[in-house]
Design a protein around this ligand. Structure first.
Ligand code: HAS
Ligand code: CU
Length: 537
């Protein structure tokens, strides 16, 4: 595999492989919850599979895809990747870390779910593997920043290309987020798993985890937004509605992504209600840039429809290229986010959170947001990237065309059912919905519908992997199409205030310190008894 985009392609390849393996597990879990029998079905297999599915999807697939996308954009928009050898080292470090973590999970030594909270304790190699994956991503961030700086030296008076603006925002968020994770994993979990310390404080660990865990969702989302803003209007045949607004959106995420983690800890003791309220306010603030995104991207699509001659109020929608796999994926991803974002706003309200927390509603929520909005965008982007990276024509275009619709349809069944089942009281992360054999339970039929959705999702995932593989090994060799980006209605011509990354990062650090400083001091001053490890299997 030699070519201009080999580095990016290698990352996307690992991402698709992780996605493929994790998809099989997803199907098994949906069947298991619905109490549908299959060979080897057991409690321990369920939790091993759930952990592997979560880690491979949420951490490995996403991180590798985002790194690959970053490199492709850097090469195309900045004309360089500064530090290719470091980038390759980072790739292998991240691959090694992912394999280490996956092996300990599949051997049944790290059944800790993808949130890996103590007192569930994993094998030390799980935590060390996860650390290596993060270290790889840190080096990726450094290479991206070095490429930007090198470009900046040659282009002092120009605004940073918009897609790179979004990727830099993603990287800043990632560094701020992973600082919290590093404290948890290096300071608490690794020494505990090695037996150097006997007990760990679950509340402190959870607080550091969610310092990381919420901005993690924007680490996934922002690269999708980069594609919505900078590629989608182009593919749709339109213009980006506002360049300036887009830059402001990315900076708002830099500021507001991190100081919100307590919305995952409303039910936790030891954090005062005042601080929970403070994080609620910032959570609603971080909804705002997504509302702006809904407006800007939709306006850009309307421009596209009107440029193709649409006159009425809504008929521009029909003029959009719904048969193009990239467009269809992203448009369906956006439609899903209307519901995913609405659900997020429900989760963030203290009183409503107590109805949905730790129920199946949550798996419904994140399969709409992460599992559809982000994943479907990344799948569509893979169809867009492959010919450009590999110089090969997309194989099986018919299959690629229906695959996003299958995904969307499967997810409607899957996620809607779990949302409702959650409201009826079905807990999340259960081996079977026939809890302790009680019946009839109000959610029994819903979990069966979710299993049908899961089977459709599996077929769609299979179709995706087949198209990618077929293109990779036997796609017709062609002149690689150009990477073309959306032209804004009114381009920004000079670096403005939204390009001042140093300033915004400094402000983000201040907000982070304000959101976490005092509560963490309080937690550290509590008498702490700690917990011994808990290993269910
Ligand atoms: Fe969330 C739990 C709140 C967004 C992922 N979330 C989770 C978990 C995950 C996750 C994985 O406050 C579970 C963690 C665990 O395992 O315990 N979430 C929010 C809020 C938002 C939000 C306020 N979440 C996301 C995104 C995710 C994600 C994005 C992944 C990518 N979430 C929560 C809370 C919890 C939570 C609590 C904890 C619950 C608990 O108790 O455990 C916001 O960012 C959402 C803002 C979004 C919008 C939508 C804007 C709409 C757009 C689309 C426009 C499209 C149009 C149609 C107009 C306001 C941009 C296009 C039409 C065409 C014709 C094409
Ligand atoms: Cu969150």
């Amino acid at each position: 595999m030699k070519g201009r985009h080999t580095l990016a392609a290698a990352h996307i390849g690992v991402a698709v492989a992780a996605f493929g393996v994790a998809s099989v597990m997803g199907l098994l879990q949906a069947l298991s919850i619905a109490d549908i029998q299959f060979p080897f079905r057991s409690e321990s297999l369920y939790y091993v599979s759930l952990t592997a599915h979560g880690v491979l999807m949420a951490l490995v697939f996403t991180t590798f895809f985002i790194m690959g996308l970053g490199y492709a954009l850097s090469l195309e928009c900045l004309g360089r990747i500064s530090g290719r050898s470091a980038a390759w080292i980072a790739f292998w470090v991240a691959v090694l870390g992912s394999v280490m973590a996956a092996v300990t999970i599949l051997r049944g030594q790290s059944t800790v779910l993808y949130t890996f909270y103590p007192p569930l304790r994993a094998h030390p190699l799980f935590y060390i593997g996860a650390t290596l994956l993060i270290v790889g991503s840190w080096i990726w961030g450094a290479v991206m920043i070095a490429s930007y700086r090198s470009w900046r030296r040659e282009h002092a008076g120009e605004p940073v290309p918009l897609s790179i603006h979004g990727m830099l925002a993603t990287i800043i968020i990632w560094y701020l987020a992973t600082a919290g994770l590093a404290v948890e994993v290096l300071g608490m979990l690794i020494p505990w798993s090695l037996g150097i310390v006997g007990k760990v404080d679950p509340l402190l660990a959870r607080t550091f985890f969610w310092w990381f865990g919420h901005p993690l969702v924007y680490f996934w989302l922002l690269p999708a937004y980069v594609l919505w803003y900078t590629v989608l209007p182009r593919v749709a045949g339109g213009r980006l509605f506002s360049d300036k607004l887009t830059r402001m959106v990315f900076i708002l995420f830099v500021l507001l992504s991190t100081p919100v983690g307590f919305h995952h800890q409303f039910a936790d003791p030891g954090i005062s209600s005042g601080w929970k309220l403070a994080h609620t306010v910032t959570t609603y603030a971080v909804v705002y840039p997504s509302l702006l995104t809904a407006f800007t991207v939709l306006a850009s699509l309307e421009v596209a429809g009107r440029m193709k001659g649409a006159k009425g109020l809504f008929n521009w929608i029909g003029r959009l290229p719904w048969g193009d796999p990239f467009f269809a994926s992203v448009a369906l991803a956006m439609i899903a986010f209307v519901f995913g974002g609405f659900g997020g706003a429900i989760n963030a309200a203290y009183a409503m959170n107590s109805m949905v927390h730790n129920t199946a509603w949550i798996q419904g929520h994140f399969h709409v947001t992460l599992g559809t909005t982000v994943t479907l965008t990344f799948m569509g982007a893979t169809y867009w990237l492959l010919p450009r990276m590999l110089g090969r024509e997309l194989r099986l275009p018919g299959l690629a065309r229906i695959q996003p619709y299958l995904w969307f349809g499967g997810m409607v069944l899957f996620s809607t059912s779990y949302h409702i089942a959650g409201l009826l009281g079905l807990p999340r992360r259960v081996f079977t919905a026939a809890l302790a054999g009680q019946s009839p339970l109000p959610w029994g039929a819903l979990t069966k519908v979710a299993a049908v959705g899961g089977a459709i999702l599996f077929l769609s995932a299979l179709a995706f992997v087949i198209v990618v593989l077929a293109t990779w090994v036997s796609g017709k060799k062609i002149q690689a199409p150009a990477f073309e980006f959306a032209v804004p209605l009114r381009p920004v011509t000079a670096p403005g205030v939204w390009d001042r990354f140093g300033l915004w990062t400094a402000l983000a650090v201040v907000l982070l310190a304000a959101a976490y400083g005092y509560p963490l001091i309080q937690l550290l001053l509590h008498p702490r008894y700690g917990s011994p490890p808990f290993q269910p299997f």
